[in-house]
Design a protein around this ligand. Structure first.
Ligand code: ADP
Ligand code: MG
Length: 458
């Protein structure tokens, strides 16, 4: 039997047991009929080079500090996003949430930095897809998949799988930050979208906080916050209990907002509650800012010369749609470059949460009908192209295998005191690895495009 066939055979042999573990650990999603089924997950950990993994962790730490520098410079955000906010009401809405009180409160980040591999072995570089400073999800589910595979694979494989405390680490970091900056009687609000489908990953985090860290968590929506948030002597209360932290797992999409929701967001930002993330952070995290920060002259204002070189090595070409860009030795308008070779580009609006990007024929159609004003709301990004490997996974109780590509996101938390640019603490805690059939362009796990995976270092 060749190596690939034996890998698949072994993966199939553990499928039934792995699925039972997944359900028992809460690695589940709602089905259309209102039941629950396991999330799609890998049955064979994905081989990654040390270089890809280690450089990704290092870059995540540098990006994390860089984004704090960017988020705390409101005039820079205003200048950089002036055209975007004209083209995009959602961005304008976020600007309206920036409050003078933001600058008086500590800043807490719970983020995930996503990369795809480019090159191989020691020359493999992580190429950044995006930093998620808001609602970085699936840490808990990812940790569980890692544990399941560690249990079912033999010791010689397990020894090469780096630890992945993505969920427990996230909870521990949030708990530590809460104890450092909040009153012990306060609670954490988890702000979730109405009709959330990713409930179980959030429930796992809630479990850790309540049962392992004895911190009170109240799961709610922006609409309910609008009804129940009160301020007494400058302190925020929800249902008569102080709000220490408002942790947003909603609010990254215009569909999460209506008049009441915008009002709730503004009131939280303008209250004593620490917002994770706050409005300036979310503005710093727009795709437009990411594109600007791919320019050496812009990036170098926020990090050292050596860090600038390093971060630029983790980036692919990005451009405004109607701007001139240098690509593979050619200077041309990005729109023209993308129309002549659409498979080399991704068209991205300033949106989060997956399912928003345009690839291939859709990209061509969209670019052809897009006015110069609408184009201000989009960026073009070079497609990251990587070699495929066989991915074996469990999906709805079945085992599937095909040629796949992967993306690895490193979780990081940090805490800054107001006005102080050095972090009081920074911690990396595990990863989310998502793998997908090479034909799938989007990366959503809940949407069924990709599956949860685990790293084996080679
Ligand atoms: P969102 O904010 O909606 O999550 P992303 O920028 O993360 O948007 O893109 C969503 C998904 O699209 C990614 O997880 C990845 O699978 C794919 N993708 C995005 N950018 C690229 C790229 N430059 N090359 C290849 N795939 C990409
Ligand atoms: Mg993303």
């Amino acid at each position: 039997m060749n190596q690939s066939a034996s890998k698949t055979e072994f993966a199939k042999s553990i499928a039934a047991e792995a699925i039972e573990f997944a359900v028992s650990q809460g690695v589940v999603r709602y089905t259309k009929d209102g039941g629950v089924s396991h999330l799609p997950f890998s049955l064979a950990p994905w081989p990654c080079s040390h270089a890809f993994y280690d450089r990704g962790r290092l870059a995540t730490q540098v990006y994390s500090r860089m984004y704090h520098q960017v988020a705390t410079q409101l005039p820079f955000l205003e200048e950089s996003l002036a055209k975007l906010r004209e083209a995009d009401d959602f961005v304008e809405g976020l600007f309206s949430c920036v409050s003078a009180r933001t600058w008086e409160k500590p800043w807490i980040y719970l983020s995930r930095n996503d990369f795809m591999p480019s090159g191989s072995g020691a020359d493999c570089w992580p190429k950044q897809i995006e930093m998620n400073l808001m609602a970085a999800s699936l840490g808990c589910a990812s940790e569980k998949v890692h544990q399941i595979l560690c249990n079912l694979y033999p010791p010689e494989v397990r020894a090469k799988m780096p630890p992945n405390p993505a969920g427990s680490g996230l909870a521990a970091y949030l708990a530590k930050a809460f104890r450092q900056v909040c009153s012990p009687d306060a609670q954490i609000l988890f702000i979730v979208p109405e009709g959330e489908v990713n409930a179980f990953d959030q429930r796992m985090l809630q479990n850790y906080l309540q049962f392992n860290h004895s911190i009170s968590v109240r799961r709610t929506t922006l609409a309910e916050v609008e009804e129940k948030l009160e301020e007494r002597n400058g302190v925020a209360y929800f249902e008569n209990r102080e709000v220490g932290i408002a942790y947003f797992r909603a609010g990254y999409s215009p569909t999460h907002y209506h008049q009441k929701a915008w009002s709730a967001r503004r009131r939280l930002e303008n209250s004593s509650a620490i917002c994770i993330p706050n409005a300036p952070t979310q503005l710093a995290n727009t795709k437009k800012m990411q594109q600007l920060l791919s320019r050496r002259d812009v990036l170098s204002a926020f990090v050292s010369p050596a860090e600038t070189d390093f971060l630029l090595n983790t980036q692919v070409v990005m451009s405004g749609v109607d701007e001139t860009v240098e690509f593979r030795g050619q200077n041309a308008v990005a729109r023209e470059l993308a129309l002549s070779a659409p498979e080399l580009w991704v068209l991205k609006p300033s949106r989060e949460g997956g399912g928003n990007n345009f690839f291939g024929d859709d990209l061509v159609k969209k670019l052809n009908e897009m006015s110069p004003v609408e184009a201000q709301g989009y960026i073009l990004m070079e497609a990251i192209i990587q070699p495929t490997q066989v991915g074996v996974r469990a999906i709805d109780g079945r085992v599937e295998e095909s040629a796949c590509v992967t993306e690895l996101g490193h979780f990081i938390g940090s805490l800054y005191r107001p006005g102080i640019m050095e972090p009081e603490s920074v911690e990396l805690f595990g990863y989310l690895q998502r793998t997908k059939d090479v034909a799938n362009k989007e990366g959503l796990v809940l949407g069924g495009f990709s599956f949860l995976d685990s790293v084996v270092l080679e």
